[in-house]
Design a protein around this ligand. Sequence first.
Ligand code: ZN
Length: 397
Amino acid sequence: MRSMRNVRERRGSVGEVFDLIRTGQARTRSDLAGLTGLTRATVSQRVEVLVGRRLIYEAGEGASTGGRPPAVLEFNRDAGVVLAADLGATHCRLAVADLAGTPLVEFADDLEIAEGPEAVLGWVQGRIGELLEEAGRDRSEVWGVGIGVPGPVDFSRGRVVNPPVMPGWHGVDIPRKFSKGFGGVPVFVDNDANLMALGEHRIGWPGSEHLLFVKVGTGVGCGIIGGGNVHRGAQGAAGDIGHIRINGHDEAVCRCGNVACVEAVAGGWALVRRLRELGVEVGNSREVVGLVEDGDPVATRLLRRSGELLGEVISGAVSFFNPSVVVIGGDLARAHEQLLAGIRTVVYGRSLPLATRHLEVSPSKLGDRAGVFGAAAMVVERVVPAAAEGVAAERTG
Ligand SMILES: [Zn+2]
């Protein structure tokens, strides 16, 4: 993970010592001396600093090799908490997580992002404060906040940029608005598909360096993990695959103003539109999934066709990026058998053998929870190493 790569450049630093303990590579002071090449005295100094910062503790005794058994050092994941909010277009999930990024309590509800930043952020602050109480934790214990939003984000500034489905949010300083209620802690904001990709990667496929997460919900988006980190691109717009053109569908007008965008032919809102044209009563993408699960033949055929159309775009991305895993998530992926069947047919049929030989196309392992796991990971991977080093967390790539 990124924190580990960074500390390799700081051999023997407090940060490296901490990372060896956090990841379980070192359990005792002599493990640390062996792995870092530091003297016993320097190792003890580093350990003292980390105990002082409450990031590690001595958790009893390990196996003795003669003489007094050595103290076992453990990462103190309960030294603080982080707050995670995954805000979708019409739905949200909030969590309080420990410093390993594991949710302690979670809450999900409907939420209209289009109500604007004042209403939405105010509500989220209030609700997440209640969640903190439910977890039995105090505001002073919050180390940082991670927020996912359904639009393009300038990550370094924590601002949404020209979001198509978030009226009133353009340029809003989300960190400033949010951090006030939590003692000025660092607040990180990213696009929801990026965070879902991060969550799936950290929990589901930690060993795969290159992963694509395709979110197929009302719209279509993609999060990219390259070399273990989120790849955002020059302007934070990487992975915005929903508006790639699909040939032969000029009749499909997209909500972006163009025609034949992949989400205008294969996204959840496009399926709703098509089903209504065919006389089927349906309100949103979750109801489309409901029809498929009930065996409705028209909805099933359309969803499978959506999979094939998505497969065209995904096979292009696979040739271009050569991931080892493509994870399919989002509301429509609840009916993943039909959707994945279509995607797999096209991806394996069309991409070059070298790109697909070891390629896994898989449904999401975390489902609705991918975004909060990713939001929590985004925060802990910045604030925890920074705390170990005794510096402030930075809002960088
Ligand atoms: Zn479009």
